[in-house]
Design a protein around this ligand. Structure first.
Ligand SMILES: [Zn+2]
Length: 169
């Protein structure tokens, strides 16, 4: 994952930019942990999604412990959703929204973000439930369909699994 998301910190190390700072909040070096957790925009979103009791520890962990710990945390979160899925989708959306803002100057309203993420996770759960009831032939058709599979493939990529069907297993 360190090598997959090209932050300004990485660009600076590769001499692709002189400025390693965060282009969103201008409040620190844009490392991967800054983008996904510590950037003001990311932190505001996490604070809306986190169970209150977890707040302090969530922001104190080093990046690897944070990523692995959350992807292994099988507790339930909002609306009875699996925290691992909510966490993974939130990371993916934070990165996607960061890129839209940086490259397209397109901003998503912060108050609508939790609902967008919850909707995506519910859709994913429904898709997996549907997959469990269809045959192999139907699965190929479903996976080949670009609009429905694109975000799942990217989600699979971000959590480092070879195939999205492995999520949650
Ligand atoms: Zn920032």
């Amino acid at each position: 994952m360190h090598n997959k998301l090209l932050t300004n910190y990485d660009r600076n190390r590769r001499h692709l930019t002189d400025d390693p700072s965060c282009p969103v909040c201008h409040n620190g070096v844009e490392t991967i942990s800054h983008v996904l957790r510590d950037c003001l925009i990311a932190k505001a979103l996490w604070l809306k999604l986190l169970p209150l009791s977890d707040n302090a520890r969530f922001f104190d962990l080093n990046f690897n412990d944070w990523m692995v710990g959350n992807l292994r945390n099988g507790s339930t979160a909002w609306e009875n959703l699996d925290w691992r899925m909510l966490f993974g989708f939130t990371c993916w959306y934070i990165w996607t929204w960061r890129n839209k803002l940086v490259f397209n100057n397109s901003r998503v309203d912060g108050s609508s973000k939790p609902n967008i993420i919850l909707h995506a996770v519910h859709a994913c759960v429904a898709a997996f439930d549907a997959l469990a009831t269809v045959g192999e032939e139907d699965r190929f058709i479903w996976y080949d369909d670009p609009p429905s599979s694109a975000s799942l493939l990217l989600f699979g990529d971000i959590v480092g699994v070879a195939h999205p069907r492995m999520i949650g297993s």
